[in-house]
Design a protein around this ligand. Structure first.
Ligand SMILES: [Mg+2]
Length: 241
């Protein structure tokens, strides 16, 4: 499958469009790297430039050790030649206080919502995201998504997480829509696509990097490489009348 590729199972245009948040609507992976880089620059502020470690592999190691945490900063940074406990403490404090540092929507996110509304004025939108209630709420608000969608379902708030079908059903309940009248867009095959599939919702895969589909999982009904392509795909579907 490639960009804009439509499978024969795609059906008619749904009344409800559901979206994953991280790596689908917003570029969390890039923001996490920038946040780590900023923190490490604070820790390294008194280390002479020629002695600085390469930051890219340091960031890779940090994410591999703990995708979201900072408890490992002292060991990681000491091993990289930074032995200044005060600077490392300051880096950790900054890191915790700036958890949404530089997080942004993908540039085609807001244009996609506008295009989807133009395609179908009656369409309703929802976000289904896994994560802690406070962080995901803050994220959705900061990104300006609240006026664009009818509901936001956060696993940390509702006590059920993707891929469990229950969280998808909860979103459908809130929008008073049957699964057959929804399409879900997400980037993680085992969490997003398998979960939506189990809930009976047509799932479209956001595959920005063009990787191969994991053979063991049920296939999405289509895949796209951008949100603009998703809006085109929905516009191209036959009306449900
Ligand atoms: Mg995601």
């Amino acid at each position: 499958m490639g960009d804009d590729n439509i499978d024969c199972d795609l059906g008619t245009r749904p009344g409800v469009l559901l979206f994953d948040l991280d790596e689908t609507l917003c570029d969390y992976a890039a923001a996490r790297r920038r946040r780590l880089e900023s923190a490490f620059r604070i820790a390294l502020r008194d280390v002479p430039a020629p002695q600085w470690p390469d930051l890219a592999p340091l960031i890779d190691r940090s994410i591999a050790i703990a995708p979201h945490g900072d408890a490992h900063f002292p060991d990681l940074l000491r091993a990289a030649g930074c032995d200044d406990p005060a600077a490392i403490d300051e880096a950790r404090t900054w890191f915790r206080r700036h958890r949404l540092h530089s997080l942004a929507l993908f540039p085609d996110a807001k244009p996609m919502f506008a295009a989807l509304r133009a395609t179908d004025r009656g369409a309703r939108f929802g976000i289904i995201t896994n994560g802690p209630a406070d962080i995901q709420r803050e994220k959705v608000a900061m990104l300006g998504l609240l006026p664009l969608v009818e509901t936001v379902v956060i696993s940390g708030e509702v006590g059920v997480a993707k891929p469990a079908p229950g969280i998808f059903m909860l979103a459908l309940d809130r929008l008073c829509a049957p699964a057959a009248d929804a399409i879900y867009l997400g980037d993680a095959p085992a969490i997003d696509i398998a979960g939506a599939h189990a809930a009976g919702i047509r799932a479209v895969w956001m595959n920005r990097t063009g990787v191969a589909w994991p053979r063991t999982l049920p296939r999405p009904v289509a895949e796209v490489t951008s949100l603009a392509a998703f809006a085109r795909l929905i516009a191209a579907l036959p009306d449900r009348t």
